[in-house]
Design a protein around this ligand. Sequence first.
Ligand code: GAL
Length: 663
Amino acid sequence: MLNPRLPAIWYGADYNPEQWPEAVWAEDVRLIQRAAMNCATIGVFSWVLLQPGPDRWDFGWFDRVIEGLAGGGLSVILATPTAAPPAWLCRAHPEILPVDAGGRRLWWGSRRHYCPNSPAYREAAREIACRLAERYGAHPSVVLWHIDNEYGKVCYCDQCATAFRSWLQDRYGSLPALNDAWRTAFWSQAYDDWEEILPPRATPSFHNPGQVLDFRRFVSDSYLGCFLEQKAVIRDHSPQVPVTTNFMGWFKGADYWSWAPHLDVISWDSYPPPGAPPYLPAAWHDLMRSLKRQPFLLMEQSPSQVNWMPCNRPHPPGALRLQSMQTLARGADGICYFQFRQSSGGPEQFHAGIVPHAGAERSRVFAEVAELGAQLHSLGSRTTGAEIRARVAIVFDWASWWAMEQPPMITAELSYREEILRYYRAFWSLNVAVDFVRPTDPLDRYAMVVAPVLRIVTEEIAGNFERFVRGGGALLLTFGSGLTDGNDRAHLGGYPGLLRELFGIWIEELDPLCDDAAEQAGGTVGECTCRRWCDAIHLEGATALATYRSGFCAGLPAITEHRCGEGKALYIGTAPDDAALAALLAGYAAPLDITAPLQVPSGVEAVQRWSGGQPLTWVLNHTRDEATIRLPEPVRDLLTGRDLAGDVQLASQDALLLGSLED
Ligand code: GAL
């Protein structure tokens, strides 16, 4: 449960009454109620209205907004407005403004125009967070603190340079240690004075990869520092109310694993592009749920059109409900939107709102939002807190992502996210539940762990993997793994470095395939088309399950298996085609009893959460056609209250939520 004060599925929206005359506010509350919502997020960008000048505060209008919502029985998600510092603050302290890699200062007049290491910014942000917490921290309607908004833009200013140096001093202690970590002997980069070290600003040629990797860690930590400072002052005045900030899914700018322990609730903003395959938001949600292995809050989704994508199509009828059901199925305990009333001006005026420019009365979008609200309301707290029991995990590692995509890349055609998705998609098509983990997490709750393109492997990771395999786990590693250490320095003696022995192989050469080039491989696991990359593998105890039939690596193993202790270490030296990969994974999953909750036709998603020892199974028809769902036993559809048995027809874009007949 996100907060016992609101023991239901949270359903709400970013609500920005400051954009409207006060006369509209009462009508807003009525419309929020009519949409069957139970909460609203306020204050996300209200800084200048709450603090119009250095020592001027105006909370009167905000009091009235909160009282209006509370009077309507609505809960409040209270944001700190620190993602958009007011112009007066930027004028008084221009050093607040961020600087890009080329040394250009960015101006106010938009949002996110601040440097996370600016003392003046931090002080001002702490102060407004403190004032809000003092005033509203004990308000009975406040159910969640929402700090800032979508942290993560990069700044390269002198304040960041100073903070980066002290971060490096903490990490390395001495310059010789730093020079060794970054291998600065190359290209005459050695440092003799801490003051010589800079953020990786624009340079004529490639950056030092160790420096970039550390800078990315530092940027993530810098924003975490901003978050923690606000959280601390909020806690002082509002100890009972959980705290979050809205994440951005698979966002490269911050290592969310390191943030997760500091958030009481994971919340995030999901904006799948029009026509996105359904496994994509499923994968995003699964990572967000996995960050704390607990239900999350979808803080923002669009009720329809999004105005910042290259092509901003409206959601077709039914799409919103289906995507919202998928969000619940994948572990959400709440669903909120950006934004309630579509703006009448400003950069997002053509971004959909629940109440569109034409008004709520004749709006398809409003009607769909309200219908969904009524359905969620009817579920009460039936699904909240329900857990997903995954027996498969995929390793998601920000450091490997950063290092793998840092120019000069082994191949510029490689996308870390795409390689993760290749495996995710295969499990999604089998309807097998997946958690994401970091490589150092305990793995014993899983039967199978997949680590795609895990470039960085440390002693700690190697030990963790070995324990997992010896204990009986099936570990699958792919090409591009075990190449470097925690500072992105190459492992010597053959890849995958510290994992050579566990996998019983060594890799002599890496052959990335360009464009759409393909090679063939085959063996006991069947035939497969290989794209993206071929590792030149030599066996050192492992068995070849497939051998390259063509290309530079012809005759060498492409897929290998090594038995070790009670478990198996499987290495895939290429990117197999989807069908071959699904067959390979299914072959490993079956003996481990890794199964789908329900057999459904292709394109239909079946996901299970567990509540009080009882399964709740969502069935989501993403196809354009009606699908036949074969039910092994009688069940109740909790969305309609109908009892179902045998073969059930499920319309395109429709969903079922199957519970027991006693539900
Ligand atoms: C989010 C942001 C919101 C709004 C929304 C529009 O990323 O947090 O403030 O801009 O996008 O889609």
